[in-house]
Design a protein around this ligand. Structure first.
Ligand code: SF4
Ligand code: SF4
Length: 361
């Protein structure tokens, strides 16, 4: 017998209030006015409208804030008049338990792709680790594919459980909640939601139909090999990047891009004290790799696009065994000049090896 629970649409607010009562700060998709209306993950409070739409921007800021204080410091003069920085405060232990409501499977899989370098490398990032530990992810399955997303090309799908604590399926009158992890099971056990019963079968059928609605995925097995072959083929990358504006939008909306910069800002009491900040950066910007000498190993936008695509489909898979693209399609939707990562990867695969090698020599 399934342990799924049923959450009626008119009880969503009560459920989120209950989660707040357990100590969680709740984030949910919410409409944001602007030049173009968008949907963003923002803190939810009683009375906020509850949106189930796919968000314009991924929820990665819950684990990697756009800008965060790593620590505070103060400059002091030593005995010989030499200035040295004194570490004042470590903020890594300050993360709050956070509940992410209505992420999509590509968002949740995106977390697992950032987890590997941030948690499973030589060093675990303590800031990220604390937030990850406190994050509970409730993911809404997609009831059909859409034009710009391609999660099933990259190993995912409309009801992939990776990275989620609870999977939710929208069956019109309510949501069927299925616990995936112990954290998810505990949350459901602490709720007074009724068992889903027959609604569970409806959810299973909807998920099956969602998978059936997807176009056949191309075989990307050759992508890492072909992209490595093409690494120095400037003609190929110049052609692919011809329209690129180096705006970085593709990286900022992406759930799996995690480049950052470190900067020190002096802020307090006569500028002697300050903060060390970690802020999002983009490998698509010219200055990202510019060195103090003025040398820039990726001065051309062709080189930067090569780096971004090859990292996701060749370099990362070599290190971690999977693509670092969850196929969410946001970079496709939001690139102002219509550069499409799918077309680039398929063009690389289609290029004969000999052509790639000729262009290298
Ligand atoms: S590279 Fe594009 S499609 Fe892939 S996860 Fe990032 S934004 Fe989504
Ligand atoms: S969003 Fe498009 S134009 Fe902007 S940096 Fe990315 S590929 Fe280039």
């Amino acid at each position: 017998m399934s342990n799924d629970r049923f959450l009626a649409k008119d009880a969503l607010g009560d459920f989120l209030c209950h989660c707040q009562g357990l100590g969680y700060t709740v984030y949910s998709p919410q409409k944001q006015e602007g030049v173009r209306e968008s949907v963003v993950f923002a803190p939810w409070q009683k009375g906020c409208e509850i949106q189930l739409a796919k968000a314009t921007v991924s929820p990665k800021h819950l684990l990697l804030p756009q800008s965060e204080v790593l620590f505070r410091f103060r400059h002091e003069k030593g005995e010989e008049g030499k200035s040295s920085a004194v570490h004042l405060e470590d903020t890594s232990q300050q993360a709050q338990p956070t509940l992410l409501f209505a992420a999509r499977p590509c968002d949740a899989r995106g977390f697992t792709m950032v987890d590997r370098p941030y948690l499973q490398g030589l060093y675990a990032d303590p800031y990220y680790a604390k937030r990850r530990e406190g994050l509970c992810v409730l993911t809404l399955c997609c009831n059909s594919g859409c034009e710009s997303c391609f999660c099933h090309w990259t190993g995912g799908g409309p009801s992939s459980p990776e990275g989620s604590d609870i999977l939710m399926t929208d069956i019109a009158e309510g949501l069927v909640l299925q616990a995936i992890t112990e954290k998810g099971r505990k949350l459901l056990a602490q709720s007074d939601l009724p068992e889903a019963g027959a609604a569970s079968d409806q959810a299973t059928e909807l998920r099956r139909k969602a998978w059936q609605s997807l176009d056949k995925a191309p075989d990307l097995t050759e992508a890492p090999h072909k992209l490595k072959e093409l690494a120095d083929n400037l003609d190929f990358w110049t052609e692919q990047s011809r329209a690129c504006l180096s705006c970085g939008a593709c990286t900022y909306v992406c759930p799996t891009c995690y480049c950052f910069s470190i900067s020190d800002e002096r802020r307090f009491s006569g500028m002697e004290e300050g903060v060390r900040l970690r802020s999002w950066d983009t490998c698509m910007a010219r200055h990202f790799t510019e060195e103090a000498s003025g040398h820039n190993p990726r001065a051309l936008k062709a080189q930067r696009l090569q780096n971004r695509i090859s990292h996701k489909y060749a370099g990362y898979p070599e290190n971690w065994g999977s693509f670092s693209c969850s196929g969410c399609g946001r970079c496709v939707t939001h690139c102002p000049v219509g550069i499409d990562i799918r077309h680039i990867v398929l063009a690389a695969i289609a290029l004969p090896d000999t052509q790639a090698k000729e262009a290298r020599s």
